[in-house]
Design a protein around this ligand. Structure first.
Ligand SMILES: Nc1ncnc2c1ncn2[C@@H]1O[C@H](COP(=O)(O)OP(=O)(O)OP(=O)(O)O)[C@@H](O)[C@H]1O
Ligand SMILES: [K+]
Ligand SMILES: [Mg+2]
Length: 676
């Protein structure tokens, strides 16, 4: 979705949000937000008293009551506007996505023939053929062929990507276009459950559910509202006993000022805006809960290759061991790589060409190819003459050679370690029971990694690098990048073990992954970010998908989650602190005439009781729209620990929250007092 290029707020969205603010006045909708529902109920009561003063005996107060009614109405409208505005951007994105969802014709394979059917008739398991220029009719896995696919409809990225059968680049998304060649695809989703459908539902907020954190906060807000309701209701008879008559609109004003309307009005906007920030970052979060979990992460597990390093691990040198010549190492390295389609395998053949070495190009004829596997950490070929050629991680090849009764050359260890201590990956090359030498695979740490890990450390997040590489290479890269801990020679199942170990210690864990073998770990992690280029299994197991397939983005996602939690915390503190200050504006005003001693509490020196109440109410209302930009953008964010954050928040938003109303109400009162 081309969200990156979308401007923040168009006039269209604002217009729609204003309209929605009125639609949301429907009490059935309003009930979901108990704090604002109480305000709406109060508004209605004051409206009745304004319309029928004869019935309520409030003839002398019509002007004041009308003012209270209007201010209360705007309080509710402002809160609705905040939510509608936050929802608006998602709705606009959903509309764009829906346009890409027009009906596509599919070439469905049935038996030996191909039938053209509308994409809506496709079911899980159906097989379709998609050729150059055609749209892929549904989500699926490529089961045959290779094609370049334009995925800009969902990723906003115009450069086409290669999709091919087998491996980690086989998943395709419905609504994207094949720009060259032709692929056979097995459909993996039923109508209405596709990736685009899920995206539309997500950005539209149709399936938005309150997160556990939001529910907890809401419970607190409702409790506060109930307490103040009881306080205000019991105030009337007590005042009556003292011979003071408190008007109902005054009591409602007091109640509205005391209950946490600011955070009550902004709460859902903060959550929606947080989700929206993630989406604009081209990451799809399956739920708000996932985004919040990202903000609470204690441990982050990162792959070395491709996440911390660039990942284009390239063969840069052949090194002989024992009494072998470099030419022989190069030759066997090439033979072991003729059918190795991994970047590492291809780079071996490229290095051969560059260095001018030759190898028998017919080596692979009749041979059996041994594909690279993370479990074996080797790849190679079994030749028709019975010889077995392998290349792979040094310890893996050593074990393989030893199992066949071979001896390990004495200089292998030292030469391998020399590569590893430079951060490179040594691959040993062997034929049957003899090791010939090493391939030096070079990889580079991405720039800026150290700074990013420093930031994570300041937030109190521990980083663990996982790699299939040997301990020495792992240690070198870990040191260079500045991660806290690393696990070398790790197999996919080791990741699950680390996640479970951390979770057992009460930690929340985040990880990224793209392969099918990452899927269980992605599901186990509290935040699993799958790459869009990855397999369907990985994407389904994860609770977030990065449309740009950049695994290091997990760091920014955590920052966005943290900012969301911080914003909510800050505005809650501000809101409650505000209400305390308003108490000092209203209470003295209510009792001033009957109990002159109360005037000592009138610290603000407000004009008259009426203008004090109206000014407090006006401040209470306008603070909501004033804080909308902060709620949507998030509070300024600096990496620091939770404890530091708490004290900083209390200082800025707590103290600020007490002071702001004193200044604000006083200023408003100076104007309002001119009339009342
Ligand atoms: N094409 C290949 N042929 C033979 N061995 C390989 C090949 N690619 C990698 N290896 C070896 O297998 C090891 C594990 O590779 P794998 O891709 O599973 O993990 P990794 O890339 O080192 O780590 P990460 O988890 O960060 O991706 C590598 O360290 C290397 O020694
Ligand atoms: K309030
Ligand atoms: Mg790898």
């Amino acid at each position: 979705m081309n969200t990156k290029r979308r401007s923040m707020l168009s006039g269209e969205i604002v217009k729609k949000a204003i309209l929605d603010s009125f639609i949301k006045l429907n009490p059935v909708v309003m009930m979901k937000n108990p704090v604002m529902f109480v305000v709406e109920a109060g508004t209605f009561v004051v409206l009745l008293m304004t319309l029928f003063p004869g019935y309520f005996g409030t003839e002398g107060r019509v002007g004041f009551n009308l003012a209270v009614f209007l201010i209360l109405l705007f309080t509710v409208l402002f809160a609705n506007f905040a939510e509608a505005l936050a929802e608006g951007r998602g709705k606009a994105q959903a509309d764009t996505l829906k346009k890409t969802k027009k009906e596509i014709m599919a070439n469905k394979v049935t038996g030996n023939s191909v039938k053209v059917v509308p994409s809506t008739e496709l079911r899980k398991g159906d097989v379709v053929i998609v050729s150059q220029g055609e749209m892929i009719p549904g989500d699926g896995e490529v089961i045959d062929g290779l094609a370049s696919v334009d995925e800009s409809a969902i990723t906003g990225e115009s450069a086409p990507v290669i999709k091919e059968a087998g491996g980690d680049f086989s998943s395709v998304t419905g609504g994207t276009r094949v720009v060259s060649d032709r692929i056979t695809v097995r459909i993996t989703s039923d109508p209405g459950e596709s990736f685009i459908d899920r995206m539309i539902a997500l950005v539209e907020g149709a399936k938005r559910q309150k997160t556990p954190n939001e529910i907890a906060l809401n419970t607190l807000l409702v409790s506060l509202t109930l307490i103040f309701l009881i306080v205000v209701v019991t105030l009337a008879p007590m005042a009556d006993y003292l011979g003071i008559k408190l008007e109902i609109p005054v009591l409602i004003s007091l109640l509205v000022c005391l209950i946490p309307t600011t955070i009550g009005g902004l709460l859902s906007a903060i959550g929606i805006a947080g989700m929206d920030r993630v989406t604009r970052f081209n990451v799809l979060a399956m739920s708000g809960k996932a985004v919040e979990a990202a903000g609470d992460i204690d441990t982050m597990i990162l792959d070395k290759t491709g996440t911390i390093t660039f990942g284009n691990r390239m063969a840069s040198e052949f090194i002989a061991v024992g009494d072998t010549t470099v030419e022989t190492v190069a030759e066997w390295a090439a033979v072991s790589s003729v059918k190795d389609e991994t970047p590492e395998g291809r780079s071996v053949l490229e290095l051969m060409k560059k260095e001018g070495y030759t190898y028998p190009t017919n080596a692979a004829e009749g041979a059996e190819f041994i594909e690279f596997k993370a479990e074996t950490r080797m790849s190679g070929i079994d030749l028709p003459n019975g010889r077995k050629v392998r290349k792979g991680a040094v310890d893996a090849v050593k074990a393989w050679v030893s199992a066949q009764g071979g001896v390990i050359p004495t200089d292998l260890e030292q030469k391998g370690n020399a590569i590893a201590s430079e951060g490179g990956t040594p691959l040993a090359v062997a034929v049957d029971n003899r090791i010939y030498g090493l391939i030096y695979l070079k990889d580079t740490v991405k720039p800026g990694m150290r700074e990013r890990f420093d930031q994570l450390r300041k937030m109190g997040i521990k980083t663990i690098m996982c790699t299939g590489d040997n301990p020495l290479t792992a240690a070198t890269i870990a040191r260079e990048a500045g991660v806290d801990d690393f696990i070398a020679e790790s197999k996919p199942e080791d990741k699950i073990a680390v996640i479970k170990r951390e979770q057992a210690a009460g930690k929340l864990v985040a990880m990224t992954g793209d392969g099918t073998n990452d899927a269980p770990a992605l599901a186990q992690a509290d935040v699993g970010l799958a790459m869009n280029s990855g397999t369907t299994a990985a994407k389904e197991a994860a609770n977030m998908v990065d449309l740009d397939s950049d695994p290091s983005k997990i760091i920014e996602v955590v920052a966005i989650g943290k900012q969301l939690l911080m914003t909510r915390g800050a505005l809650t503190t501000f809101s409650v602190a505000n209400d305390i200050a308003k108490y000092f504006a209203i209470i003295p005003a209510m009792f001033m005439q009957a109990i002159p001693e109360m005037n000592v509490l009138n610290v603000m020196g407000l004009g008259s009781p009426m203008s004090a109440i109206l000014s407090a109410l006006v401040f209470n209302a306008i603070i909501i729209p004033l804080l909308i930009p902060l709620a949507m953008k998030g509070v300024a964010y600096k990496p620091m620990s939770s404890a530091q954050l708490l004290s900083r928040n209390l200082l800025i938003y707590g103290l600020g929250g007490v002071i702001a109303p004193f200044v604000g109400i006083k200023l408003i009162d100076m104007v309002v007092h001119l009339w009342v």
